[in-house]
Design a protein around this ligand. Structure first.
Ligand code: ZN
Length: 151
């Protein structure tokens, strides 16, 4: 079977996840910062929800945060590509926004509110010849350190 040439992965949501160029998925969550009240929002916005100012500038968000809440999902939304059940976590970033995403590489019994979490990017292939999407997930910081060998 001939190899199909590998397409560059694309962000599942370019308004929320900006990828670095290259074959290895790496990137950063993006949002907006209000120039009047300094509040951050996740994703795109045309005005500040806190003060209604339209003076917003693009901002990169942190790759780490703390676990704010989580739930075990046994009935997934239509088209969910991953295993079930899975853990959906809400992580609070130092800038303030809360980011919902799947938590991977951990049993939910081992999760604690306040655990340090790190952004993890994964490639998801859509169909045999479709584009490869990069999705964002959370992984406990201790596991991430173990996996990458970083101090
Ligand atoms: Zn504002």
């Amino acid at each position: 079977m001939p190899e199909t040439p590998r397409k560059s992965p694309v962000s599942v949501d370019p308004g929320r996840l900006r990828l670095d160029s290259g074959q290895t998925p790496s990137g950063v969550l993006i949002g907006m910062r209000c120039l009047d009240c300094a509040i951050y929002v996740f994703g795109q916005a045309v005005f500040c929800q806190a003060c209604s100012s339209s003076r917003l500038e693009p901002a990169d968000l942190s790759r780490t945060g703390t676990l704010f809440s989580y739930t075990v999902v046994r009935v997934p939304p239509d088209g969910w590509p991953g295993p079930v059940p899975y853990v959906l976590g809400e992580v609070e970033l130092p800038e303030g926004p809360h980011i919902l995403a799947e938590i991977i590489d951990v049993a939910h019994e081992d999760l604690k509110i306040g655990t340090e979490m790190r952004l993890a990017l994964q490639e998801v292939r859509s169909g045999d010849s479709g584009p490869t999407f990069v999705v964002y997930k959370w992984i406990p910081e201790t596991n991430a350190t173990f996996q990458t060998g970083e101090a």
